[in-house]
Every structure is written in C-alpha cells, then in structure tokens.
Design a protein around this ligand. Sequence first.
Ligand SMILES: Nc1nc(=O)c2c([nH]1)NC[C@@H]1CN(c3ccc(C(=O)N[C@@H](CCC(=O)O)C(=O)O)cc3)C=[N+]21
Length: 286
Amino acid sequence: MTADIISGKELSAQIKRNLSQEILQLKEKNLVPKLVVVLVGDNPASLSYVKGKEKAAAEVGMDSDLIRLPVETSEQELLSLLDQLNQDSSVHGILVQLPLPEQIDEQKVIDRIDPKKDVDGFHPINIGKMMTGEDSFLPCTPYGIIEMIKSKGIEIEGKHAVVIGRSNIVGKPVGQLLLNENATVTYCHSRTKNMREFTQKADILVVAIGRENYIKSEDIKEGAVIIDVGINRTVEGKLTGDVDFEGCKDKAGFITPVPGGVGPMTITMLLSNTIKAAKGLTGIEG
Ligand SMILES: Nc1nc(=O)c2c([nH]1)NC[C@@H]1CN(c3ccc(C(=O)N[C@@H](CCC(=O)O)C(=O)O)cc3)C=[N+]21
C-alpha cells in the first residue's frame, strides 16, 4: 500500500482562504481580530515559531503584536502584563509562548489568561469544557490533527486510536478529542511496557514523543493513519518528525509529513481560534 500523504500545508492554505474571507466580513463591521504573542527570552526555536505565527496572521489580514520580554523577566511582571492584555478590548487572543524561563511558573501564567482570550486552549476552564464536550477553545495542535483526519473523510468513530505522549499540550488533549469523536483511545508513554503491542494495533497512531525515527514500519499496522507531531532537528539542521516517514509510507494508509504536516495546521487553528475569540468577545458575527 502507498500511503495518501496528508499535507498540513495544503489544508492550511485552504482553511486560511476561508479565514481571510471571514476577516473581510468582520472588518466591514469594524472588527479586526487581534492576536498578541508574548515571548520571554530569545530561544531561537521559539523565535522562529513566533515569527511563523505573525506571518500567518498577516496573511489572513489579522492584526498581531509580538511582545518580547527579557529572559530575566519575573513571574510578577509577566502576570501584570497579562492583566493589562486581559483588560485591553482591542486584544482578542493572547498566547504566551512556552516553554518559559525557570523562574516563572507556567501553570500560574496559563491560569491568569482570560479564558475568553485563551486561543491556545490551555486554560483549565477550556480544558474542562473540552472534556465535557462544551463549546470551548480547542488546543491548536490537537484541533489541527482532527481537522487533518476529517479532511480525508476518514471515519474516527469505532477506530482504535493510540496516542504516544501525554503532555498537556498535545498527548492528553488529542486523546480526548479522539474520544469525543467516538474512537477507542489508548495512551502510551515513557513508562509503557511493550509499546509496540499497542502501536501495531492502532488504526490511528498519533506520535508526540520527541524522538527522531521512533516509529518504524514494523511498529505500525498495514493501512493505519499515522500522525507525526514530532519536530526534531537533526545534526545537519534538518527538521524531522518522530516517524520514519520513508519506511512507513509504503505501509500506512495515510501519513503526515514533517515539515509541512501538523506544524502549519497548529498555526492555522490558532488563527481560527483568534477569530472565534474576537466574535465571542464582541458579539459580532461574520
Ligand atoms: N503557547 C504555545 N503555543 C504553541 O502552539 C506552541 C508553543 N507555545 N510552544 C512551542 C510549540 C511548537 N509549535 C509549533 C508551531 C508551528 C510549527 C511549524 O509551523 N512547523 C513547520 C516548520 C517550521 C520551521 O521550519 O521551523 C512545519 O512543521 O512545517 C512548529 C511548531 C507551537 N507551539
């Protein structure tokens, strides 16, 4: 079998065309959705992601601001900035780029963002609503993954979905969203014994472990849907995922590439969430 490649780049381009249209309509009603990204420190990878977010916002005609703070910023300073942004009615979406320097408690920061402006979907209120299936901001990477699967008309209901990784930003929420779509979900992680017994049974395999070439063709089931969330830099500086793409592409039914897969979709869902926030905060519809 030769896998159908799910291009996050192409799907993103399609979705962004629709988002641009929606923003034009909102602008006619004097609403310009605005995203503020806060970056503490100067980690090069973080800076590169943040630039990607700004570029994507500009592409769809959204306003965005990047607030850069020095690496020695105190927790209190960051919390005060968030209070200001929460109060500022011109700001609809707030994203604090993670990870944060060690003197800052990430959970405290996430908890301080107004849940109505929490376009990352990391606030406990939004996580709770996601679990009960209420309308909420969905975390961007998991949301993008579900959209990628659905874009190919793949049925999720009744499928065995296996998630490798249990982080709060990817593993846990993607499992929850798959469960909301009526999949049977198994979580694997660093303490799982005989992980291959699980991965070989997966109809849908989501890999978010952060290790290059972790999943090889012998680890997957023929025809499976393989979603690669990994972003690893090789010694040569090349970007690769957690899946041996070349090895798996002749066995999988569907597979996502890195780059050009889940990454671009993460940014696109962030834009979508920011439009949702702008509409929710103002009551204006497109
Ligand atoms: N509060 C917060 N929210 C996040 O959403 C968040 C974060 N912190 N911290 C870091 C991770 C990582 N992340 C990526 C987004 C896009 C690409 C992406 O577009 N990648 C391109 C390649 C980009 C390149 O060449 O560097 C691709 O896969 O094709 C990657 C990674 C968002 N994150």
